[in-house]
Design a protein around this ligand. Structure first.
Ligand code: SF4
Length: 396
């Protein structure tokens, strides 16, 4: 159990209120991307492939707080890009905490040691450090040697200073259950408060298209890992039914509105992973999106998706509607043997649309009319190591 009981109660009470109010669709976790600029260039990332003018854009503190107000969510996950490159990140975090929200700050941790003095431990604040596996696996995933060691040093520093810490592990095709299990032992020994797991999403713009998992491979991989986890004391931070879903025991449709995404383009439609178009406000996103066009079985780009940002909300909502199911999954852990739940039929999904360059052109045209201050400061990614030669797994 990686999530504090008070936070579980806060989220559970919020979901219960939405049901009592008869809301069919509602947000749960705001995915806030105040910038796309990153100081890494991971081969599986589809978020940073933009011209400099867009990478230099920032959401202001007020933009971020307004996004939280518009959604009313109990949890805000701050991602990017690398959030610690945003000069006003401490004010953004403080502002959201002051609104009574749970804040998860996702970081590759390369700047954490330098910036940690700008933050204070808080029961509702978590450093969520990107670590995709052991040293060899993580340095391969982020395409740069030495990042694992720096992230682990930062994690230990944050622990020593009294912060709540989590790791965020995205798994790819080359993840091995036995090695991942040993890695989870390692981070457990470091005292990490939660291990968050997810398969990677096959971003169409990611440089490496070879290593994304399909749904069957995802389920087999997670069964292999979870089968090794019994009795090892891992604090898995995802909800028990999401873990059971990853192990192939639940047929969930995604809940893309559960994790709405606000970034420098606006409100991303339909979800954190897919940017097919953008709305100006959260209300417009919810009201004007044709949600039935998306999801596994509806859209080709969704076919392999089992990502936490799409399905964790589905699992949490199921947990609140059927608490006995969640309690059973919590007590027994994810089932790792036997028949899997039925898969969703893909035969009638619509074909992929490729819209990336239209967004970029539109954003660039819009920026020509913006005041200079809104466009953010220039930052040289190469200075932060984005051009370092990527390590290969075969090299070891
Ligand atoms: S399945 Fe859902 S969460 Fe995944 S990419 Fe498609 S719309 Fe987004």
């Amino acid at each position: 159990m990686g999530i504090p009981l008070r936070q579980q109660i806060k989220v559970g009470a919020y979901v219960a209120r939405q049901h009592l109010a008869g809301r069919r669709r509602y947000p749960l976790v705001l995915m806030l991307e105040p910038l796309f600029r990153c100081n890494l260039a991971c081969s599986g990332c589809g978020k940073i492939d933009y011209p400099d003018a867009i990478l230099n854009k920032r959401l202001s503190v007020e933009d971020c707080l307004d996004a939280v107000r518009q959604t009313g969510v109990p949890v805000v996950a701050i991602a990017g890009g690398e959030p610690l490159l945003h000069k006003e990140m401490p004010q953004i975090v403080e502002g959201i905490l002051a609104m009574g929200k749970i804040v998860i700050l996702c970081t590759n941790a390369l700047l954490l040691e330098k910036r940690i003095g700008d933050y204070r431990p808080h029961p509702r604040f978590t450093w969520d450090i990107h670590l995709d596996g052991d040293k060899r696996q993580h340095d391969w995933a982020v395409s740069q040697e030495g990042v694992y060691d720096r992230a682990v040093a930062a994690l230990k520093l944050a622990k020593a200073q009294g912060f709540r810490t989590a790791i965020n592990a995205t798994l790819f095709k080359n993840a091995e259950p036995e090695r991942m299990a040993r890695f989870f032992d390692d981070v457990t020994a470091m005292g990490v408060d939660a291990i968050m797991v997810s398969p990677g999403y096959a971003y169409e713009r990611a440089p490496d298209q070879q290593h994304f998992l399909n749904r069957m491979k995802t389920k087999e991989l997670f069964r292999g890992i979870f089968a090794r986890g019994k009795g090892r004391g891992w604090k898995l931070g995802n909800s028990p039914l999401f873990l059971d879903f990853l192990a192939g025991n639940q047929t969930y449709h995604c809940t893309p509105w559960g994790n709405p995404t606000r970034n420098v383009f606006g409100w991303q439609r339909p979800c954190y992973l897919l940017g097919e178009s953008y709305a100006k406000t959260f209300a417009e996103l919810m009201e004007s999106t044709d949600w039935d066009k998306y999801g596994v079985g509806n859209y080709e780009k969704c076919a392999d998706c089992m990502v936490h940002s799409g399905f964790e909300a589905s699992a949490v909502i199921d947990s609140v509607k059927r608490p006995w199911k969640a309690v059973a999954a919590q007590l027994r852990g994810p089932r790792t043997e036997g028949a899997m739940a039925p898969e969703i039929d893909l035969s009638r999904q619509r074909s992929a649309e490729f819209v990336f360059s239209a967004h970029v052109d539109q954003a660039m045209a819009g920026m020509a009319h913006e005041p200079k201050a809104r466009r953010g400061g220039k930052l040289n990614a190469a200075k932060h190591g984005a051009t370092a030669a990527p390590p290969t797994l075969a090299a070891e």
